[in-house]
Unconditional design. Structure first.
Length: 93
């Protein structure tokens, strides 16, 4: 059973707060989380592009959904980078 991802909401989208939260409580951001969030955003982009080309009012809801997916992707990416910098002093991202 997958865990509920609530770190983004708990930290109000701040990678620094997410990093500090993980330091305090322990935890990790697996690289697969970033890959899955990127794939999820890209899938949303396809639907959004169709709605934008069609000048559909549905595009507004899709834009907001895409924006949230983008913010979450950046959040988890940022937390992952901070964790890697703390562990090794460098990052591959």
């Amino acid at each position: 059973m997958p865990r509920e991802a609530h770190l983004f909401d708990d930290c109000r989208g701040s990678p620094v707060e997410g990093f500090l939260h993980l330091l305090q409580d322990g935890g990790n951001i697996p690289p697969m989380w970033i890959e899955r969030s990127t794939a999820s955003r890209v899938n949303r982009q396809k639907m959004l592009a169709k709605a934008l080309r069609a000048n559909s009012l549905d595009a507004i809801a899709l834009l907001r959904d895409w924006e949230l997916a983008y913010q979450k992707e950046c959040f988890y990416y940022g937390v992952r980078v901070l964790l890697e910098l703390r562990r090794t002093g460098k990052t591959k991202y």
